[in-house]
Every structure is written in C-alpha cells, then in structure tokens.
Ligand binder design. Structure first.
Ligand code: C2E
Ligand code: CA
Length: 603
C-alpha cells in the first residue's frame, strides 16, 4: 500500500515536472521571440530550447491522459474484484483494458477460483463424512442447534432419531472394513431415498453453504425440515422438524427399519443388518443439543434392549402412545385387507320443502373385533398419516356406489354423498378411480355426491379444480363440507364449480344455545354467501325443533341430524325409508317435516 502510494506520487511529480518545464520553456521562448532575441538566425541551441517547450507540454498531456485511463481500468478491476468477493465470479473474467490490467484480472480470477476450490475442500473435510457423503457430526451439531432454537421460538415440535445398525460389527469382522463401508454407503442411499428428497439438506460442498454455517447460530430460515447425518461408526441421525404429532417420528422409524432390513447386495453377496432407533422429541425431552442427543442415545439403548430392530421413544408416555397407534394402524391394515370389518352407515338428508328424505350421506364405521363399532374420528387420522387413506377411501366410494344401485333397485333413487379426504383427493388418478368405480358398479354419476371439507378444497385448489372439472362433466355433484368452521379463500371458492354448502354442526348448535343471537347472525351470513354463489344449503346436526324452525325461516334447503335420524346401517335404512315415506304419504298434504321414527337405529 505504502509503496504503491509512493510510486503514484513520484509518477505525478514527473508529469508535473514535464508540464512545468514545458511551460517555462514556452513562456521564455515566446518572450525571447517577442523581444526579437531569438530569430531563425539565432544559434541552434536557442532554437532547440524554443522547440522543446511544446514537446514537453505534449508529453505532459499524453502522460495525464494515460494516467486517467489507467486509473479507470484499475477502478473497473477493483469493482470486479469486489463483486467476485461477494460471489459474482463472472465479473472478473470480463474485465478489459491494457495487457497489464488484463493479466492482473486473470491472476485475480485464478486466485479466486483457487480459493473457492480450497474452501469447498475445507468444507468437505470439516462437514462431510467421506464414506457416506452425508453431513458429519459437526455439521449435524450446528444444524440441530439451529433447529432446536427455531422450533422453540415457533412453538412447534421436532424429533431426533438416533439410528444404530444391528449386526454391523459382524459384517465388519467377517467381510472386512471395505465391505462394511459399502454397506454404510448403501444404508445412507436408502435412508436418503425414504426421507423426502426436497426436504433434505443438499450437501453441495461449496462456499455458499460453508459461509452460511461459519456463524454458530446461522440463518434460521435455512433450517431444513429433515436432515440425515452420520455421526460415525454405524450411527446415523435423522432430524425431523415441524412434526404434526410426536408419534409421526414412529412412522418414519418404521420406514427406516423396513428399508434397512432388506438384504444388501455387495458384489453378489447378500448381507443383512437391522436398525435400532431411539427417539427424543424437542422441546419435550430437552432444549439443547447435548440433552437431546443423550436422550435419543438412551432411547436407542432401550430399543436394543427390547430385542433390536425396533424403535423406542425416550418418553414412556410417547412409547405407550406410539404402541397404541402402531396397534391401531396394524388393525386398520388388517380391516382394509379382510374387507369384513369396515361398514358404511347412512344418514338421511331431508328436503325441507318436500318434507321427505331425498338423499343420504355415507359415514364410515369400523366394526373392530375387540372394541366394537368405532367412529371415524377415532381412526381416520391414523389412516391418513400411515398412507392408508386412498385405499380406504376407494373402498368407501365403491361401497357407496353399490348402495346407489341397491337403493334404486328397491325403489328409492336417492343420491348418496361420500366424504373425501385430502390424501385421497390429492391422488393424481382420483378422477379416473371414481370414473372406473362408476363404470364397474353401474351407479349413475348424478347420484354420486362428493363432500370435500374446506381444508381439502383449500389445500391445493389447482388439483381440486382439475378433479372437480373432470367429474362434473360426467354428472357427479360436489359439496363443501363443514362450512363455517374453516377459513375458505372466497376467491378460490368462486372459481370452484360446487353445488352445495353443508353448514357445520357447530354453527347449527349455536342457534338455540346461550349465544343464539350470535348463532343466528353467523347462520344468516353463511346463507347469504351460499346464495350469492348460487349454492344450495344443507344444515348438518339439526337436533331440535327450534334449530329446524330457524334454518327453515332463513331458506335452508336441506337438513340432516338426529332430529330426523341417526346414521344407520344399510339394512335399517331400507326399513326407515319405507316407514317414513309411508308415514308421509298417509299424512299428506299438511306435513312439512318428517317426524323422527320411533326406534330409528342409533350408531
Ligand atoms: P361429517 O362429514 O361432518 O359428518 C357428520 C357427522 O355429524 C357424522 O359423524 C354424524 O354422525 C354427525 N351427526 C349427524 N347428525 C348429528 C346431530 O344431530 N348431532 C351431532 N352431534 N352429530 C351429528 P361421524 O359419522 O362420526 O363422522 C365424523 C366425521 O368423520 C365426518 O364428519 C366426516 O368428516 C368423517 N368421515 C365419516 N365417514 C368418512 C369417510 O368415509 N371418509 C372420510 N374421508 N371421512 C369420513
Ligand atoms: Ca360430510
């Protein structure tokens, strides 16, 4: 720096010297010329001095110009170097100028890419496990620390899975460390595949990532939802953040145990290992790296002690909850497979103008071999989280379509409504599946009504729109379910071609409670929204005469609820319809509303 400044001062001094000498000589010569002291006949030295003035001046001008140009080029180079330092490496390669500047630019460019390469290597050495190419313990420590603080701040939950391979020592001892390393590599590939790829931290060795983690706390917005790391030996960790329920970690653990239990093919030899997994949840089991890692480690030893190839939570309460959910899931799988434990019950929908049942809703029940009839609220969550919902939902649609045909054959051509879940509706082939069920059962599409809760409609409006459009063309109708409790986006609602609003039980129950006035306002508002969209309305959960009078007064078209009938099995539905319709015919023409038949089946 000091040298440079000295060099530039002396360069400027020389230029000033030239200019000064040129000026002195020119002024002196012009004076001499004016006084006629110098003439063409004067001695050559005088003429020479007179000629030197303009030459010196010209040299000074040229020198000042080239200095200015050089300083522009250097300033461009400096700016490009600064941009390269902040990550834009192309800037330095495009610097132009005199040869020296270009050479300097390319030297800086080389130095920059060399540094980049070195930093990437340093990053790999510091944070990447060479055998598996996964993040190592140090990277994991930083990431877990950040995940814990973010989770606590957001008030959500996360889980740490400590995975220890069973039988890995035997592989190492019998086949050698090279084979052991290959197994570890394949384990890491299998684990990476089962954790959703888009949520995994891509370990791209590079400056960006290296820089982002040099700070101990880092940028919390970068914390991923899932991360897989190898701590060393045969120990892996899986970090899950934003879990809906603590027991979600059990689902991931079961998937891990399943994939690790498949044999590994190493050069034609089939090798088997297992996995014992300990799970600690945060902030429940701790709120710092050390405590959570220790809790997960201890839980892993519990899993080893329970016969290996299994998982255990650190918390006993969660172990019990996970065992309960595990048993429920296994039972549900069996129920879906066996096809004789699942049943549909049907609840009539009453047309308030005609005063008679004009449709029914199909409601799922599980006739559990030990617990008896279970309501859908007790098992649908588990079905959804373990991926059973599409199979279960398809069974419901098929059964409901068969019922449409049966009812019509018995002289009751009533449309049947079916509830559709998110997991089911998000299947890419949902519309095809429904179409093929209609074809297979012979049910008329216009007799099938699909009920979608607000949360299903709003989850992915584009997919919803796609399926609805296809099925509506066939004649299938659609209702928005539980309206009034969710948070629908009215703009999205506007574009969906639906047919009915089903007003949630909780709104109807407000109509004759302590908050009756408020309830009536909410009900009126929903009716106005439905009216402006041009939808028909169904009040769900009507239990009292008073509720019925209010909904009628506000022009609600249909009602469904215990006031008329509880959901009932197929065989009772047929009897109920016969009795009710006969009763109506007998009473006509004065009857407005169907009275609940005595002894109607209560589910
Ligand atoms: P939902 O679609 O709102 O169904 C109406 C629920 O209200 C039914 O409960 C029904 O028995 C109950 N209900 C009817 N009238 C009255 C009444 O007057 N008072 C009260 N307190 N409740 C009444 P259920 O059968 O237990 O079903 C609960 C939920 O489970 C359903 O709510 C629906 O969201 C879901 N569900 C039922 N079957 C299926 C199915 O096949 N697939 C899917 N995805 N979900 C289903
Ligand atoms: Ca429903």
């Amino acid at each position: 720096m000091v040298k440079g400044r000295g060099a530039s001062v002396s360069g400027a001094g020389i230029m000033r010297g030239f200019a000064f000498a040129g000026l002195v000589l020119l002024t002196g010569a012009s004076q001499l010329w004016a006084l006629n002291l110098v003439t063409p006949e004067s001695p050559p030295l005088a003429v020479f001095l007179l000629a030197c003035g303009p030459v010196f001046l010209a040299m000074a001008v040229i020198s000042i110009y080239s200095r200015t140009e050089m300083s522009h080029q250097l300033s461009r180079l400096t700016k490009a170097a600064e941009r390269a330092a902040s990550g834009d490496h192309s800037a330095i390669e495009s610097v132009s100028g005199v040869r020296e500047v270009r050479e300097l630019g390319s030297a800086i460019s080389n130095m920059s890419s060399y540094l980049r390469k070195n930093m990437a290597q340093a990053f790999e050495l510091a944070y990447v496990d060479r055998t598996t190419e996964l993040p190592n313990r140090e990277f994991f420590r930083k990431e877990l620390t950040r995940a814990i603080s973010k989770t606590i701040r957001k008030g959500s939950t996360g889980a740490l899975l400590f995975v220890d391979l069973d039988g890995f020592k035997h592989v190492n001892d019998t086949y050698g460390h090279d084979v052991g390393d290959m197994v570890l590599h394949q384990v890491s590939r299998r684990l990476t595949n089962i954790l959703r790829a888009e949520d995994l931290i891509g370990l791209k060795p590079g400056v960006e990532l290296a820089q982002s983690i040099t700070d101990e706390e880092g940028d919390e917005s970068q914390v991923s939802r899932q991360m897989l790391a190898r701590l060393g030996g045969d120990e892996f960790t899986v970090l899950l953040t934003e879990t809906r329920e603590a027991t979600d970690a059990a689902i991931v653990s079961r998937r891990i145990i399943d994939v690790i239990s498949q044999p590994f093919d190493i050069h034609g030899t089939q090798l088997s290992v297992g996995a014992s997994i300990g799970i600690a949840t945060f902030p429940h089991d701790g709120s710092d790296y050390q405590t959570i890692l220790k809790s997960a480690d201890m839980a892993m030893y519990k899993a080893k002690g329970s016969g290996k190839n299994t998982y255990r939570f650190y918390s006993e309460t969660l172990n019990e909850e996970a065992a309960r959910r595990g048993a429920l899931e296994a039972g549900l799988r069996e129920a879906v497979r066996s096809d004789n434990e699942l049943v549909l019950h049907y609840q009539p929908k009453i047309d308030l103008e005609q005063g008679k049942p004009t449709a029914v809703e199909a409601l799922l029940r599980w006739n559990h071999p030990m617990d008896g009839m279970r309501s859908p609220d007790s098992f649908l969550d588990v079905a959804e989280s373990c991926g059973l919902m599409p199979t279960l939902g398809t069974w419901v649609v098929e059964e409901a379509c068969r019922q449409i045909v049966k009812l019509e054959t018995c002289g009751f051509p009533l449309p049947v409504s079916v509830n559709i879940s998110i997991g089911q509706f998000e299947q890419a082939d949902f519309a095809d599946v429904v179409q093929s069920i209609l074809a297979k059962t012979g049910a008329k599409p216009e007799m099938l009504n699909l009920e979608l809760a607000e949360k299903v409609l709003m989850h992915n409006p584009d997919v919803v729109f796609h399926h609805i459009t296809i099925l509506k063309e066939l004649g299938v109708t659609f209702s928005i379910d539980d309206f009034g409790v969710g948070s629908s986006n009215l703009k999205e609602l506007c574009r969906l071609p639906l047919d009915q609003f089903k007003i949630d039980c909780s709104v109807i129950h407000l109509l004759d409670g302590d908050e009756a006035k408020q309830g009536a306002t909410i009900f009126r508002t929903i009716m106005a929204v439905a009216d402006s969209f041009g939808y028909e309305t169904v009040a769900v959960g009507v239990e009292t005469e008073r509720q019925l009078r209010i909904i009628e007064k506000h022009g609600c078209k249909w009602a469904q609820g215990y006031y008329f009938a509880h959901p009932m099995p197929e065989e009772h539905l047929h009897d109920w319809l016969v009795t009710t319709l006969q009763g109506i015919e007998a009473k006509e023409p004065d009857v407005d509303v169907v009275d609940p038949p005595s002894g109607s089946q209560v589910a």
